[in-house]
Write a protein of this length. Structure first.
Length: 281
């Protein structure tokens, strides 16, 4: 079942309004915790408060998603809103510009903190989002005792660390991959998408045919043609998360790989792919 999702219109350079967010992600505007068993120490802070506070810091909503249950009438509490600051831009070569993003996931069930991740949105890429794990550290804010000052502190810390993030990207651009390394990256990426642990017995049984690996590594645009880790990674990441290509294990039937429709799985896969790529620096 696909999650409900709404995306920023990058061509029109518009951001999502509260009315748009309300329609696609109503849980962001919940007025109370959805779990009646929450602790008395739990301080309910709805996502709308974070949206308003990030707006004060110059970060505007560009994407939203809400977990959808199998029952069409049942909406669960996990949701995500991504933010972008129009004044913060990573200038790339030949128009390959990128924007840092803050991705917030939240739940009003009283069981989780606000969780924030930092990612990179490439303007030339149809999916854009590159979520990092180690170099782009995650940070959390607990519902208990939330303050605007704490949010401002973690946002400022993330912005101050941007030069280090750019350095990671530059290191990836300077790392040239051999054909064998590219093939292994593509294969490992498919294993990650399948939810298997790299190096496990199950993963070792995954052996995709030559045509599948070639298709994963085939760039959709001229800007992504090249052998450096950054461009190869972006090609692979887009194929793995967006799908729309054919794949076949050796000796098995060809199947169509579909787009990942769960925002939670996409975030998880993105992090694992980035960790896989940066291990090659």
């Amino acid at each position: 079942m696909a999650d409900i999702m709404l995306n920023f219109d990058d061509k029109a350079e518009t951001y999502l309004s509260k009315d748009q967010l309300m329609k696609i992600c109503p849980l962001a505007f919940a007025k109370e915790a959805t779990n009646p068993k929450v602790s008395g120490k739990y301080l309910f802070v709805n996502t709308e408060t974070i949206i308003d506070d990030l707006d004060k810091l110059g970060w505007l909503p560009v994407q939203a998603a809400q977990r959808k249950g199998r029952n069409q009438s049942t909406i669960f509490s996990k949701h995500m809103v991504a933010f972008q600051n129009p004044d913060i831009k990573i200038k790339g070569e030949d128009g390959d510009d990128a924007f840092p993003r803050i991705i917030m996931t939240n739940s009003h069930d009283g069981m989780q903190a606000f969780k924030f991740s930092v990612g990179i949105f490439r303007m030339v890429c149809s999916n854009g989002l590159v979520v990092a794990d180690e170099q782009f550290s995650d940070f959390k804010i607990k519902h208990k005792g939330y303050t605007f000052e704490e949010l401002r502190g973690v946002v400022n810390e993330a912005v101050a660390d941007l030069p280090n993030k750019v350095e990671v990207l530059n290191e990836m651009k300077n790392r040239v991959l051999s054909q064998e390394e590219k093939n292994q990256l593509a294969l490992d990426a498919m294993i990650i998408r399948a939810g298997l642990k790299l190096g496990s017995k199950e993963a070792k049984k995954f052996n995709y045919d030559k045509e599948t690996i070639e298709d994963i590594l085939d760039p959709k645009r001229d800007a992504d043609k090249g052998d450096d880790l950054w461009r190869v990674f972006n090609v692979v990441q887009e194929k793995i998360t967006q799908g729309e290509f054919s794949a076949a294990l050796v000796g098995a039937n060809v199947r169509k790989v579909r787009k990942i429709k769960s925002f939670e799985k996409e975030l998880k896969v993105n992090k694992q792919l980035f960790q896989l790529a940066t291990a090659l620096i």
